[in-house]
Ligand binder design. Structure first.
Ligand code: DGL
Length: 273
């Protein structure tokens, strides 16, 4: 089998690891490079302009490291900087954002009539999910709320604690969410809070799993664009995951080792511009 393409993945912090893990399980053995911009976390409260500038330099870094496919594993950057990422990546590098695959999935879900959407301010205020869904599924009611405290809580290791459950209650007890059938966690940090969301809704509301949806999309993209026959041969390759952070933070190191269940090599790589 010819050399497997390197997959570059980035986020502001640990959130993108939820996408990385889903990609690892769909595409075991693929070389992965992860960039976590921990020095600039959270992205969700930054201006679109600043998010675009941060995105540009990470995309450039991943491209220079040889990535042939770059996954923007951050909803905030996907919402406001997807075009910038494509432009910076240039020809020959494909870019996947985390919004479109989830919108396409929801567009197919004719069983759904009313959904809740939560994410950072950057994502919710961009209106990208609401607009894309209005075009594809005008009958689907989307109830959206920015929940800006949740990503920092996860980054600091508070998922699964009473503090996280209280903050979730504060946001979700809102009448806005009373009739929803499905909650869309439109921030890659939120999968760390699945149990807390399920506790809040008493398991009566479906919690969507965007990392799975995005990973399946990446696999299909590789099969079609790179004409890869994703048989079993790559299973034999050794695990090759390199993680770069703009700042080594105890929160990231701790969560990363626990969540990925392995000792990943993590190094500090500060990008100047
Ligand atoms: N995980 C990111 C997202 O999906 C960013 C969270 C943040 O840095 O605010 O939006």
């Amino acid at each position: 089998m010819s050399k497997l393409p390197i997959i570059g993945i980035f986020d502001s912090g640990v959130g993108g690891l939820t996408v990385l893990k889903a990609i690892e399980s769909q595409l075991p053995g693929f070389p992965l490079i992860y960039y976590g911009d921990t020095a600039n976390m959270p992205y969700g409260d930054k201006s679109p302009d600043l998010i675009c500038r941060l995105t540009r330099r990470i995309v450039r870094f991943l491209r220079d490291q040889g990535a042939e496919i770059i996954v923007i594993a951050c909803n905030s950057a996907s919402a406001v900087a997807a075009d910038v990422a494509v432009e910076e990546a240039g020809p020959g590098v494909s870019v996947v954002d985390v919004v479109q695959p989830v919108v396409d999935h929801l567009a197919q879900r004719s069983d759904l009539r009313c959904i809740g959407l939560i994410g950072t301010r950057a994502t919710i205020q961009s209106g990208i999910y609401q607009e894309k869904l209005r075009r594809l599924r005008s009958d689907l009611e989307v109830r959206a709320l920015a929940t800006p405290l949740l990503a920092p809580l996860v980054e600091e290791g508070f998922a699964g604690t009473p503090v996280a459950r209280e903050v979730i209650r504060h946001y979700l007890k809102n009448d806005l969410f009373r009739p929803i059938q499905c909650l869309v966690p439109a921030c890659t940090h939120y999968p760390f809070l699945y149990d807390d969301f399920n506790d809040f809704f008493w398991y009566k509301v479906e919690i969507l799993n965007p990392p799975e949806i995005v990973a399946r999309h990446v696999k299909r993209r590789l099969e079609v664009q790179h004409q890869l026959d994703l048989g079993l041969s790559h299973h034999l390759l050794p695990d090759q995951t390199a993680i770069h952070l703009s700042m080594l933070t105890p929160g990231f190191m701790d969560l990363c080792h626990k969540f990925l269940n392995k000792k990943a090599s993590i190094q500090e790589t500060f990008l100047l511009n």
